[in-house]
Design a protein around this ligand. Structure first.
Ligand SMILES: NC(=O)c1ccc[n+]([C@@H]2O[C@H](COP(=O)([O-])OP(=O)(O)OC[C@H]3O[C@@H](n4cnc5c(N)ncnc54)[C@H](OP(=O)(O)O)[C@@H]3O)[C@@H](O)[C@H]2O)c1
Length: 217
């Protein structure tokens, strides 16, 4: 399995790259600058010398060749990035992990977007891609710390059942993570917005809260 990360050089992309590569997934870390991608990959490999991480750096235009593509840019640029790569993304599973949040004082607050969620905006920007919202609730600090297991449910929203299945299969490879089919992209808005709730809880309780749904066999 090969996963390409668009904008993979940020904290979220680096964390996901490390965690996926730690379980044997081949990762292409994409960037607007291939040189920057190489530098960040070198940093990542240097940070985890005892792990055989299979991760390479490349321009975003190359990272889209992977079987599954993750959009890991800031939420504001995710739809435009999806539009610019739309031809390459046609028929592919594309994971949108963005949260449309703004900082107001000490608090992160969710924004209401025209289509409800970043994932829905991305789907509209790349209509022939199979977009799935996932990974919104995993903070990069914990996701990227591959010396420790991570415990969480990962909610997946997509209008394309094959995308939900492919993303669930990917998530199942990571010990401690449980994929949950949370419905269509209509549910992505509350999923993305809930990240603000988790952030607020973490600040108030000095915690590392994560989502775990009960009552599911
Ligand atoms: N950080 C977290 O804990 C976390 C957790 C869950 C989900 N998320 C979501 O994951 C996404 C990435 O988060 P992040 O904190 O890693 O973001 P970030 O550091 O702000 O951006 C990630 C990368 O996107 C690229 N980028 C920046 N501005 C861009 C633009 N205008 N157009 C195209 N590419 C641009 C940059 O890569 P290059 O300069 O190398 O191209 C940058 O390294 C966000 O949407 C966030 O909501 C974050």
């Amino acid at each position: 399995m090969q996963v390409g990360l668009i904008g993979g050089t940020g904290p979220a992309g680096r964390a996901l790259a490390a965690r996926l590569a730690s379980v044997g997934v081949d990762v292409i870390m994409g960037s607007r600058s291939a040189e920057r991608a190489h530098e960040i990959v070198d940093e990542l490999l240097g940070k985890w010398p005892d792990h055989q991480l299979r991760c390479v750096g490349a321009a975003n235009e190359r990272a889209v060749n992977a079987e599954i593509v993750v959009l890991a840019t800031p939420w504001e640029s995710a739809p435009a990035m999806a539009a610019s790569l739309a031809e390459h993304l046609a028929g592919k599973v594309v994971i949108s992990m963005a949260n449309a949040l703004i900082k107001v004082g000490d608090e992160l607050q969710p924004l209401v977007l025209a289509r409800g969620s970043v994932a829905a905006e991305v789907q509209a920007s790349a209509p022939r891609a199979m977009v799935a919202a996932a990974f919104q609730h995993l903070p990069s600090r914990h996701l990227g710390d591959i010396a420790h297991p991570i415990e969480s449910d990962v909610l997946i929203c997509s209008d394309h059942p094959p995308a939900t299945k492919a993303v669930a299969d990917l998530i199942r490879q990571i010990p401690g993570l449980r994929p949950i089919d949370a419905g269509t992209l209509a549910a992505a808005a509350p999923v993305e917005a809930f990240t603000a709730v988790l952030a607020s809880v973490n600040i108030r309780y000095r915690a590392r809260s994560a989502v775990r749904l009960t009552g599911i066999e």
